[in-house]
Design a protein around this ligand. Sequence first.
Ligand code: 8YV
Length: 315
Amino acid sequence: MSKVEILQVGPYPIWDDERLNARFTMHRYFEAEDKQAFLKEHAQKIRGIATRGELGASRAMIEALPALEIISVYGVGYDAVDLDAARARNIRVTNTPDVLTKDVADLGVAMMMCLSRGMIGAEAWVKSGNWASKGLYPLKHRVHGKRAGILGLGRIGYEVGRRLSGFDMDILYSDVAAKDYAPDWTFVEGAEKLAESCDFLFVTLAASAATRHIVGKQVIEALGPEGMLINISRASNIDEDALLDALESGKLGSAALDVFEGEPNLNPRFLALDNVLLQPHHASGTYETRKAMGKLVFDNLDAHFSGKPLPTPVL
Ligand code: 8YV
């Protein structure tokens, strides 16, 4: 029996390639020089897409594949998949929730600590010989006893809050409504009020058209010259131009960011700043989590083409 044909939008680690290649015929879109011609050549036979959170599947891609039945996303965020185009043709969509929650929260908290205590600069201070020649490293800011705001108290936001409680921080959060699973944390209505009320603002919202630029100029300025913004969600949740303006002018103290508009090609204005910590979208990037994500990508495709219920459906 011939294998089911799948379009692979981006690269996966070798262990995922091996498992997928054993079960399916994988068409490696990301390696094709002429992507249009590649799609056209295989379009009639492709029944599934295996993609990554940040790459998704556009309307044009979905519409170019008449036999498409399922899109399996390696990532919890599926904002880059055109859900309307998928829904219109009853195409199933799956993601990889839960398995990455704690790693993403860990990186967010580590970014806060790292930037607040100036650890990157401190290492450079040691390596450059400044410690010996110039003396003590400049003082930085503590985190304990400060107020942390969490914008979006879903799975990841909740784990961020749990970790921050361990650092003796006061936890505030905002979401569409107060959450009964967070009775000890303070609910604040609206992003601007939350930003005004905290020292560190974590953005942990699932991105959608409705949350685009939810952190705009006013929210950023409400966080203020002493405030720190930490983004481990999607770049689209923040107005990046307003963020850069505020970081350059000092209206915002600092920002720790794992996600960027147009990543991996960052706005060069970021590179000139010394009040930022820039990370290459790797909050879920541990062996343990990425292996679990890859397995879920496979399991969803395998279940669909075996006529079984999908483990983690979105649509
Ligand atoms: C991944 C992600 O970095 O889960 C998500 O939504 O963006 C990340 O976990 C990405 O999908 C890996 O390619």
